[in-house]
Write a protein that binds this ligand. Structure first.
Ligand SMILES: Cc1ncc(COP(=O)(O)O)c(C=O)c1O
Length: 371
């Protein structure tokens, strides 16, 4: 087998090509490209599929987080407690909302924020909690929701990686009443471009979000508050309607592949497999393993043409973009250790069993190699 790519967008488009062309054709025929019937239909279908009161389409996941925080009243002078091991965009969205990210260390097994560490990070300045359902495995929400409730502050779920994942049997994203999704093409529900949405249960907040994503306008050219230009366009909305129809089947295929990796990699030398907690049903957005000699194993896999990525090599408190927060090495030991050991194997619905078996065999062999 000549290599396995980390993602394969052409295979995804090929699988749904007829439906995508039909959706794009509908938009071309409609002559409506921004805030039209496709976006409205997608918002309804998304809210219904995710068990949310409402969904507001926006331009990307970063702005979904920013706008969710803004709609919840978070702004200048406020702290938001989040994970140091996530896409930097989580922290950048907090900064863009005018607030300050405060990090809490992780549960060493799930690599999601530990509720105990979040409790220790809360101060009188804390105005929101922003747990990330990292890799598509839900964070332990109940204790986090209890902390937020006790403090009277909102909890916004960063569900950008978690489309279709379940916490105690319920779909994540709107369990707290406010959550952000990204439709970046690699996501389980991915656009063919950028896109995002806020899931929201409160109708007043939904109305505010619709205003904020459109420059703060109530009526055309009447701006009652400063907002963003963060609209989901009709083309992406129409394409996402296709993806939404296939989401559960695609997640089922991801689950099969994850089971294959678990079976084939059980007992592999030095490989730590991801564990699904009893309260969680992962959507297997990423299949992330750990190895103490990660860089060496990855380099050898790349030589064989197997695509691997690291999610994420540098925790946020050690990134230049967050230097003003004054983070130092040693602040979040669990996150820092994980950042040195994690790597993600190719996992997407179009990956064949033969490809996954080839990846697993190579990982098994190269993880055991000492030189
Ligand atoms: C956990 C997480 N949060 C936020 C984002 C930002 O989403 P987007 O790239 O759509 O802005 C992403 C994706 O990159 C993500 O994975």
């Amino acid at each position: 087998m000549s290599g396995v790519p980390f993602v394969d967008f052409r295979a995804r488009v090929a699988a749904w090509r007829g439906e995508i062309e039909e959706a794009v054709g509908r938009v071309l025929d409609s002559g409506r490209f921004i805030l039209g019937p496709e976006g409205e239909a997608f918002e309804r279908e998304l809210a219904s599929a995710f068990g949310a009161g409402d969904a507001v389409g926006v331009a990307n996941g970063t702005e979904a987080i920013q706008l969710a925080l803004a709609a919840a009243g978070v702004g200048a002078g406020d702290d938001v407690v989040t994970s140091p091991l996530t896409a930097a965009f989580t922290g950048l969205a907090i900064l863009a909302a005018g607030a300050r990210p405060v990090f809490a260390d992780l549960d060493p097994v799930t690599l999601n924020v530990s509720p105990e560490a979040v409790a220790r990070a809360i101060t009188p300045r804390t105005r929101a909690l922003l747990p990330v359902h990292l890799y598509g495995h839900p964070a332990d929400l109940d204790p986090l929701l209890e902390l937020a409730r006790a403090r009277g502050i909102p909890l916004v779920e960063d569900a950008c990686q978690a489309h279709g994942a379940r916490y105690k049997g319920r779909m994540v994203g709107a369990l707290s009443g406010l959550g952000a999704l990204s439709f970046y093409p690699t996501k389980n529900l991915g656009a063919l471009g950028d896109g995002g949405a806020v899931l929201v249960n409160d109708p007043a907040l939904a109305a505010r979000l619709r205003r904020l994503r459109n420059g703060g306008q109530t009526d055309r050219y009447h701006h009652v508050e400063p907002g963003l230009n963060s609209r989901l366009d009709e083309m992406q909305a129409a394409i996402l309607r296709v993806g939404l129809r296939h989401l559960e089947a695609a997640n089922t295929r991801r689950r099969e592949l994850a089971a294959l990796y678990r079976r084939e990699l059980a007992g592999a030398d030095g490989i730590v497999l991801p564990a699904e907690q009893p309260y969680a049903r992962s959507n297997h957005h990423l299949f992330v393993v750990r190895h103490s000699r990660r860089d060496q194993v990855m380099a050898a896999l790349r030589e064989r043409g197997i695509g691997m990525l690291i999610h994420y090599p540098v925790p946020l408190h050690l990134q230049g973009a967050f230097a003003s927060l004054g983070g130092r090495r040693g602040d979040f030991p669990v996150a820092e250790k994980a950042a040195g050991e994690v790597f993600s194997l190719p996992l997407y619905p179009e990956l064949s069993d033969a490809q996954a078996l080839a990846v697993a065999a190579a990982v098994r062999e190269l993880a055991a190699r000492r030189t």
